[in-house]
Design a protein around this ligand. Sequence first.
Ligand code: G6P
Length: 362
Amino acid sequence: TRVDKAGHKHFMAKEIAEQPALLADLIANYIGADNTITLPGDLNFADYDRVLMVACGTGYYACKTAKNWFETVAGMPVEVDVASEYRYREPPVGDRTLALYLSQSGETADTLAALRYTAGKAATIAAIVNVPESSIAREADVVLPIRAGVEVSVASTKAFTNQLAILLMMAAKAAQDRGKILAEGLIDGLRALPGILNVVLDAPDNVQSISRGLAEARDVLFLGRGAVYPIALEGALKLKEISYIHAEGYAAGELKHGPIALVDKHVPVIVLAPRDRLFDKTVSNMQEVLARGGKVVLISDEAGINEFGADAWRTLTLPRVHPTLAPILYTIPVQLLAYHTAVAKGTDVDQPRNLAKSVTVE
Ligand code: G6P
């Protein structure tokens, strides 16, 4: 299929804009009108005692987000690793393990090798892929399509949000299969999320002016805790991939064990702070940054910004959502910051230097 930029300046901008519609389609595909979640291959999490998730790059951060969901929503132990490490560790694989391989392209060499390592050992091999006819899909027992359409931009965006949504629906299904009560409003909140993402994408906001500031920086830190810690990692990855600015994502509580040494008035620190049970802790880490003159970009909801935004260099206000859904919502501003920073720097946004869309050699 031929794809074009549909009026956008870059494929990345187009793919960011497509996310609400693709998410809505994905949810409709997996969740019935009565809120029952149906997964391909009749996956039933009562059949497994743990989940292994292996991926590379952006997909690895989707898996790290999902670990949090499976543990908190379904009470299931999860191991997550990057494929290039997992494949050579010779880790033991239990015969009640669901081994999940997540890949946009379905062709990443390390991920395929990790899959082959667990074949015949794990109870089931499942693949979450965007290309259903890919190698990883062919070698899996069960395939869960990402349904993001063709992704052209090397920096992954729409595949990531749909990966997150599939993984969240799997965690919710795991909770149901294992007799756990799902948090109230979670499924309805997920259904409402595409509409909320649309509002965030359409809002006239200050992302572009913040990005012009970021474009001047040599280093940028992204901080988050709990559910949004992996989104801090993803934000840093996106920014470094396309703007070539050194960026690090950090668990906010680890700030004091290293990265705080970098903080001065030249270092923007992007703080992801949804108002969940860890909000106060994240805010106190933000205050440690402010005390050292760091330029904080606080991303939170209206109440969070009203209470703590005054000392920040800049703020971004997001709608309030169910705390479990925050990782998907908070992905949007970090994508937009990376995109507009790269545009401000004039880099080749869709084809960043030294990177490939799919890495089919080791
Ligand atoms: C490359 C791409 C990334 C992607 C990673 C894993 O590094 O540039 O965007 O996240 O490969 O690719 P996969 O297709 O396995 O998800």
